[in-house]
Design a protein around this ligand. Sequence first.
Ligand SMILES: Nc1ncnc2c1ncn2[C@@H]1O[C@H](COP(=O)(O)OP(=O)(O)O)[C@@H](O)[C@H]1O
Ligand SMILES: [Mg+2]
Length: 247
Amino acid sequence: MIEYVGVSKRFDAHPVLDHIDLTLKDREITYIIGSSGTGKSVLVKHAVGLLRPDAGRIRIDGQDVTDLNEAGWRDIRKRYALVFQHPTLFDSMSLLDNVALPIRKHQGLSREAARQSARDFLERVDMDSKADLMPAEVGPSERKRVAIARSLTLSPDCAILDEPTTGLDIVASENIDAMIRDLAHRMRKTVIVVSHDLRSIFGVADRIVFLYKGRIRLDGPPAAFRDADDPIVRQFVRGDPAGPMET
Ligand SMILES: Nc1ncnc2c1ncn2[C@@H]1O[C@H](COP(=O)(O)OP(=O)(O)O)[C@@H](O)[C@H]1O
Ligand SMILES: [Mg+2]
């Protein structure tokens, strides 16, 4: 469970998060949505200590982690699979070896044992049949799935995926959506997804948190979102991800 209590963050004179109160529950698929540049990535980076709040507290499973040092955060981060928008794989290694590498490093397994374990992780994201291909030989959604498999090797409780379907075609996005559901329902992870892909949001989310001008404008299940009267929310649901024109 991740709690934000009155969290504010600004960059220079520009306020990005304005007294955010938010609790992200275990075993839920929560989508953090909002137009580009509203602070979605900034919000999730606070949950893993990549950014520190100017004011407010962050608690993880009841522990106040706001003032942890870097070593403390490194321990916390082991509980997360963190996949940002452009995950990178090693181009000169097969998909299998990309996943085997952190397994060898962190579990001290032999090369063969690590590769066997890596195959199991690739199977979870339905990429085992392509294990021996190189990153350049597969598509962007497949590379993303491999990056997610790699991030799962440390047995995290929670996966944070930042814009996992942005830039992918519909078929590739649907593959990622299916994998997100699988992470939550079969692997029993907490999943936090940053997105503005409406198709994915309505197809997958248990809960939607809509960020607008530094505040949470709406927080609820997809139905609450679809039926909202709020014109700002309606504009977003109609599919204008840029939001109202700024003047
Ligand atoms: N490390 C940083 N330093 C300065 N400004 C930043 C930093 N990270 C994000 N910002 C600014 O904060 C705002 C929100 O960014 P971000 O969370 O990345 O938006 P998005 O909702 O698209 O993920 C943007 O105006 C961005 O330029
Ligand atoms: Mg972002």
